[in-house]
Ligand binder design. Structure first.
Ligand code: FRU
Length: 502
């Protein structure tokens, strides 16, 4: 973790989240665990702190907590920008880029061709390979390897499909403006054949981007595998702007069949709440999963920002953090498999800076109550709260005076809200000051909520990880109070623990 004090010029720099040293980043790319390290590549402008000169930045971590930034891995040139994509370990050297004893890592990325290129205006899929474990990359001389002549064909995620009978590479990518995921197969990463398409379905309020497709056991049962197709869309999220949705279903090596489609074709605006969302907050976009994680864990990370205001957020000289790394699993909920998310155990087992703060169980009387001894800017809050007569109750974090970020339960509405209207700097964009919400149901008459606060963000995990809300905030460094509150009546603390980091 990077220690940050209030006097550091870039005081919003997170302690537990990755942000580039002094440049812009957006989507995570090429996520892979390889030779004992997690590799995080990302959309990066090596020249500045707004979007442009798209190249792949690079960082590595042994523990998902401390990240080391490396030189740009794949750089744009006069012909192409390097848009999002993925990396696979080609262990059998199917591509021929390595040797039997030195198999390559292969990056599959979108070439967004510039006016100087013979392919100008086209987005097509290209390859680069690394023989030194992911630090230096060579672009394939015969790029692009998959060109549909489209200007909106991007974000390839490639994985190895293996059944008893066959094995081959599968690519999922998007035709962004058609709200379609396109699936291709290849024996060697160079020659691709169309398998099938999926969509439009459920949310189509904005272009579809950055898809992913992976198998997950339901309730941990390896005999009951379901496939999860994630699709990010911009705009059109449940609280406006960028967001990610997912579908659960089956994949037979050719076609993905969804069992969680609510609407086919164009979305029904009244059904937005019935679609499955990766996160209900404003700042969780372009989420994709790591390849080759040991023990079959499925780990995901997202860009913690929203295209509505991304280039205006008040951080300098860097701009945009990544989310925390999340482990996702499937749980049967009322007979339907649903994605459940928890912060990766590497982060939850971090040593705390101080002994944890605990509040005694008891009533939250109407009003706001500062918890003496709980203040902090980098903390995990684990709360179990029971409703009473209050219309709304919950926690206020990064508070000072009347300011703070409110995370509240409204039992009658069945909603959890994150209110960042008084969260600090909000005026940099008209849509930033917002009150955002997600559906929530109590378990045995109580609400279990875990909140990660880290300098410029709150990530809320509720209802056992079925509901998450991720939001950026830009409070003063002196706004560190934590309070509980109840309005229109009282509520109850069953338990409340706050672990301080940094
Ligand atoms: C998503 C996205 C991708 C594209 C990349 C360009 O945020 O628009 O579709 O590949 O960003 O930076």
């Amino acid at each position: 973790m990077t220690a940050v004090t209030a006097t550091t010029p870039d005081a919003f720099r997170p302690a537990m989240h990755y942000a580039a040293r002094d440049t812009w980043l957006n989507d995570p790319n090429g996520l892979i665990f390889h030779d004992g390290l997690y590799h995080l590549y990302y959309q990066n402008n090596p020249e500045g702190s707004v979007w442009g000169n798209m190249s792949w930045g690079h960082a590595t971590s042994a523990d998902l907590v401390t990240w080391t930034e490396h030189p740009v891995a794949i750089a744009c040139d006069e012909q192409e920008e390097i848009y999002s994509g993925s990396i696979i370990f080609d262990r059998h050297n199917t591509s021929g880029f390595g040797t039997g004893s030195r198999p390559p890592l292969v990056a599959v990325y979108t070439s967004a061709f510039k006016p100087a290129s013979e392919h100008k205006g086209v987005q097509a899929q290209s390859l680069a390979y690394s023989l030194d474990g992911g630090y230096t990359w060579t672009k394939y001389a015969d790029n692009p390897v998959l060109n549909r002549g489209s200007s909106e064909f991007r974000d390839p995620k490639v994985f190895r499909y293996e059944s008893d009978a066959e094995r081959y590479w599968v690519m999922v990518a998007v035709e962004a403006q058609d709200f379609k995921v396109v699936l291709y197969s290849s024996p060697d990463l160079k020659n691709w054949e169309l398998l099938s398409t999926f969509g439009p379905a459920n949310a189509t309020g904005g272009v579809w981007e950055c898809p992913d497709l992976f198998p997950v056991p339901v309730d941990g049962d390896p005999e009951n595998l379901k496939w999860v197709l994630t699709v990010n869309l911009n705009p059109g999220g449940p609280n406006s702007g960028s967001a990610g949705q997912y579908f659960v279903g089956d994949f037979d090596g050719v076609t993905f069949t969804s069992s969680s489609t609510v609407t086919e074709g164009a979305q029904d605006p009244d059904k937005l709440c019935e679609y499955q969302w990766l996160d209900w907050g404003r700042d969780y976009y372009a989420a994709v999963s790591f390849s080759d994680v040991p023990d079959g864990r499925r780990l995901m990370i997202a860009w913690m920002n929203n295209w509505q205001y991304a280039i205006e957020i008040p951080t300098a000289p860097w701009r945009s953090p990544m989310s925390l790394v999340r482990e996702v699993s499937l749980q049967n909920v009322d007979g339907n498999p649903r994605l459940v998310q928890h912060v990766a155990q590497e982060l939850t087992s971090l040593p705390a800076g101080n002994p944890p703060f605990t509040a005694s169980p008891g009533e939250i009387a109407e009003g706001k109550h500062i918890l003496a001894g709980a203040a902090g800017s980098v903390q995990r809050i684990e709360a179990s709260l029971a409703p009473g007569t209050a219309e709304e109750f919950g926690l206020i974090v990064r508070g000072h005076g009347t300011r703070g970020t409110r995370i509240g339960i409204r039992p009658a509405e069945g909603r959890i809200v994150v209110d960042r209207r008084e969260s600090g700097q909000t005026a940099f964009h008209e849509s930033f000051a917002s009150i955002d919400s997600a559906p929530i149901q109590p378990t045995a008459n109580s609400y279990e909520v875990t909140i990660y606060v880290d300098q410029c963000s709150v990530e809320v995990f509720a209802q056992g990880g079925q509901v998450t809300l991720t939001e950026l905030i830009f409070p003063n460094s002196t706004s560190t109070d934590v309070s509980v509150y109840a309005s229109g009546g009282a509520a109850t603390i069953n338990s409340l623990t706050i672990t301080q980091y940094a």
